[in-house]
Ligand binder design. Sequence first.
Ligand code: PBG
Length: 327
Amino acid sequence: MEMTIRPRRLRTCDSLRRMVRETRVSPESLIYPLFLIEGENIKEPIPSLDGQWRYSPDRVCEEIEACLKAGVSRVLLFGIPAHKDACGSSAWDPNGVVQQGIRAIKAKYPDFYVITDVCMCEYTDHGHCGILHDHAVDNDKTLEVLAKTALSHVQAGADMVAPSDMMDGRVAAIREILDENGFETVPIMSYSAKYASAFYGPFRDAAGSAPAFGDRKGYQMDPHNRKEAMKECALDVEEGADILMVKPALSYLDIIRECSDAFDLPMAAYSVSGEYAMIKAAGAAGLIDEYRVMCESALSIYRAGADILITYFAKELAQAMRKGDLG
Ligand code: PBG
């Protein structure tokens, strides 16, 4: 049979298959989301996220050590405050839970890269991502509190801030306050295309941030939309974002591809709590090979164009990358 082009030739052995891989990944691209809870001597499992824990600031370094051991040296911090009110004032408290956590990490591990999620939903008693006015989030009033919060994180020692609220103009507002205070070198990773997704369910349980009424569709994006993601990314670029993000990841691979092709900023993707919980649950039920599905899912996100992956599997993925099972 005459057949000169045989794609299988490049699949004949493992050594060759690894040599011709098109997607190369490294643990340097991984960010691990970490939950800080106010209090002392707390390390408690998160029921909705099997294998994840909430730490009080005095114990957070236990997790940082585990990250370093696994080959992960970047975290994204979330705070669960003791006190919530209508305007989320604990968010910018210089002694708030995230601020304490940052200081604890930086005191022991000054080179560990600390990014903070900037949002109001964990801090407001109504669970929405901003200041309410007649049951809707007031965009421009919220910008002030987001900016104050971002500044307080950076003053506590955060290396980067990541606004996840989806208010219009928040990147510009944060850039302005950071610059005014001499932090012009601190980058902003913007949750640019963040969809109103059901995949955040386990996170809201973990962070106690479910909205008390209604939903987030008035500020997070409609999953039906593609062009709108481009508009959001373009605005963030104009406002001075340094890194763009698409969230969630697995159901939005098309958006990751399109945005990473269109913009020259580094592209992050957040593989969210529901994505993690589904793989864990199906693995525990014996329906899938958890390890292989974890690797294949992460790979698909990188193949779609993500440069950076935020994932609850960061430690396991770093190990898989080291072993060569991925990348
Ligand atoms: C805060 C925030 C959320 C997530 C990241 N930042 C929750 C939400 O928007 O409801 C979700 C992360 C996850 O599901 O893993 N606004």
